[in-house]
Write a protein that binds this ligand. Structure first.
Ligand code: GCV
Length: 652
């Protein structure tokens, strides 16, 4: 599909047909019978189109059957019959059938019965209207060029990819809503947003917009945006009516307020609930929802202040308002209390809130995990997050339970990812980073899938490898997160990255800054004391997690430095001292990154030349990066501690 100018990712039907020896695949061989669904439904039409393209060459009759007993957006597939109670479910079932065929299953063996784990399965774009992407590592935006919205064939392919992995909501603009993006809710852009929303609707996807909380000032000319002020409320009422007159299918708004310089209710002495509920009440009659982010913290901290702890902020600001948020408001909570580090504990707000709709936010854009240069398959991390036992309730208390709505019976619940796409040929910068794009959607739809199952599916759908190479690639993906962790910041402490850019090492880069992201290394040890004697963050968890984290002897070692200030001579369970662990893990991680690059050489001639070249170039940069990290971290801690490497290796 190279002639299109962009890859077909895991839906490259032509390649698969070629690989299966069906060179001139004929769509006419595929017959689709519609039983009980409205054949004019736009989603059903997309499903039929997709079946014909994907299965071309198969002499098959597929039936799409309506069955009211099947769960919302779920499906049953039995050989060549796809049943569902709604059109989205039918489309997902169709993609299941296609997946099974592309992975080599015969119709006679295809059997599936699935209901989505999460009601909301969303992608968040941090695309700006000038075409740049905040934390984007895959080229420019494919939604915007020079402050104009683009809707073209690529947009349609994008919607197909998202539907194929079960995504049902997409936020099309950056949460930092600035400049032209504020105008997305004005006549300047309504027609184009509507066009985009129609493309999404064809694939069962709702379009959402990020909202500028200061719109009453910036668009309305009001002097304030106080959520309890009558004139502000009236302005929003008129505005939201106007928006829905033009965009009747809009899902709602995502709001970043009082965060990193963005406007919000705090300016007027109001709470986060005041802001969210005001918008929620106004949008409710239109069936819209307000997704309110909990990424609220003081980003003007004095590094000498050891009592203020950024990790505490989300819980401190939001827990006290539990139960005050209205029914169509949902809080979106980052997986960790800091900011998408390679390892962090789980945010104590997840499950800490017991009377509030909540959803999980993760980041597949690799801001802190290698910029889609370094290989870092994130699904194992997401599995850990979902599997975390919060102890918020007897039974059904994991993060997966909480964010699916099972724990507290919420209808509004789910998962969102900050997306890793751009207009690069391969969409994700590194061909292998598409595993995270694919994997997030599959996991959000079915949180029981394992990281390995997802990796294998993606590998098999994307490439045509023999069993041995398939195993190798799956293994590379599965090991990649730990490898990245080993050569970067140790044992949960995070950061140590080049300020602002966030790629490459700078151990003290954020140490004396205002962002609240300190490692607190001195000549005796490192780590942040977040125990009851320190910042008290550990106490934000339920028992027994609180006690477990509070004690360095029971704290999981991979989070030791997040919760404790530990001497370099501290003995880890392996018998190694902390300083020796730092040296060893950095040498090891770097060596393993070199091995990944070496193993990739075996794929030459087995994947397309383009893929081979793309990934080889990335591995070259990863190895360079890993060496930089190893040398900078090791020499920093050698100089600080004055303790020699037991193994006598050269530390620069
Ligand atoms: C969109 C981090 C990133 C910012 C991002 C912010 C957020 O701080 O570095 O680029 O802003 O998170 O999630 O709002």
């Amino acid at each position: 599909m190279a002639n299109k100018g962009w890859s077909q990712l895991w839906l490259d039907y032509e390649e698969k047909q070629k690989a299966a020896g069906k060179a001139c695949a004929d769509q006419e061989t595929v017959e689709v019978k519609i039983d009980g669904f409205n054949a004019d439904c736009r989603i059903i039409k997309s499903a039929v189109k997709e079946l014909k393209r994907a299965l071309a060459g198969d002499a098959v009759k597929v039936t799409l059957a309506k069955n009211e007993k099947i769960a919302k957006e779920g499906y049953v597939v039995d050989k060549n019959v796809v049943s569902a109670s709604d059109c989205r479910g039918a489309l997902y079932g169709v993609f299941h059938l296609i997946r099974a065929r592309l992975m080599g299953q015969e119709y006679a063996d295809i059997a599936a019965d699935h209901a989505p784990s999460n009601p909301l399965r969303m992608m968040n774009h941090w695309d700006n209207m000038d075409g740049s992407i905040e934390r984007g590592y895959s080229g420019r935006s494919f939604f915007y060029v020079n402050d104009e919205i683009v809707v073209d064939e690529r947009t349609v392919d994008y919607a197909r990819f998202m539907a194929s992995i079960g995504i049902n909501g997409i936020v099309i603009n950056n949460v930092n809503v600035k400049w032209a993006a504020t105008d997305l809710i004005t006549t300047r852009f309504f027609d184009k947003v509507k066009e985009l929303s129609d493309v999404f609707e064809d694939y069962g996807i709702r379009l959402y917009l990020s909202l500028n909380f200061a719109s009453p000032i910036e668009l309305g000319g009001l002097p304030i945006c106080d959520p309890l002020d009558e004139s502000v409320i009236n302005w929003w009422k008129d505005k939201i009516k106007e928006v829905y007159d033009h965009l009747p299918n809009l899902g709602g708004f995502l709001v970043k307020a009082d965060s990193e310089g963005r406007p919000g209710p705090f300016t007027y002495g109001r709470t986060q609930a005041d802001g969210a509920n005001m918008l929620g009440d106004i949008i409710a009659p239109y069936g819209g929802i307000i997704i309110w982010r909990c990424f609220v913290y003081n980003c003007t901290q004095d590094w000498r202040d050891t009592k203020t702890d950024r990790a505490r902020a989300g819980y401190d600001y939001f827990k006290g308002l539990d139960g005050e948020y209205h029914e169509n408001v949902i809080l979106q909570i980052k997986n960790g209390p800091m900011d998408f580090q390679i390892r962090e504990p789980i945010s104590p707000l997840l499950g800490g809130l017991t009377k509030t709709n909540q959803m999980l936010e993760v980041q597949i854009a690799q801001e802190y995990t290698g910029h889609q240069i370094d290989l870092c398959y994130l699904i194992p991390m997401f599995k850990e997050i979902l599997g975390f036992k919060t102890y918020c309730k007897e039974g059904a208390d994991t993060v997966a339970d909480v964010v699916s709505g099972r724990t507290m019976g919420n209808k509004l619940a789910g998962m969102a990812a900050v997306i890793n796409t751009g207009n690069d040929f391969n969409w994700t910068g590194n061909d292998l980073a598409a595993a995270n794009l694919y994997g997030f959607g599959r996991l959000a739809y079915d949180t029981d899938l394992s990281a390995e199952e997802i990796a294998r599916e993606w590998v098999r759908l994307t490439f045509n490898l023999d069993a041995e190479l398939e195993d190798k690639l799956v293994d590379m993906l599965l090991r990649s997160r730990e490898i990245y962790e080993k050569y970067t910041s140790p044992l949960g402490i995070g950061w140590m990255v080049t300020p602002h850019d966030h790629y490459g090492p700078s151990v003290d880069g954020y140490e004396y800054s205002r962002w609240g992201t300190y490692h607190r290394a001195d000549h005796l040890g490192l780590g942040v004391d977040r125990t009851d004697k320190g910042t008290g963050y550990a106490q934000q968890y339920y028992s027994p997690n609180a006690e477990m984290y509070n004690d360095p002897n029971t704290c999981p070692e991979n989070l030791l430095l997040f919760f404790h200030h530990i001497p370099y001579t501290w003995k880890l369970k392996s018998g190694q001292s902390l300083i020796q662990y730092i040296y060893d893990s950095h040498f090891e991680g770097c060596k393993e990154a070199e091995e990944l690059a070496e193993t990739w050489k075996e794929f030459e001639g087995k994947v397309s030349e383009r893929s081979f070249a793309n990934v080889s170039e990335r591995f070259g940069r990863q190895v360079y990066n890993a060496r930089e990290w190893r040398d900078q971290v090791n020499s920093y801690f050698y100089r600080k501690s004055g303790i020699e490497d037991e193994k006598g290796r050269e530390i620069y």
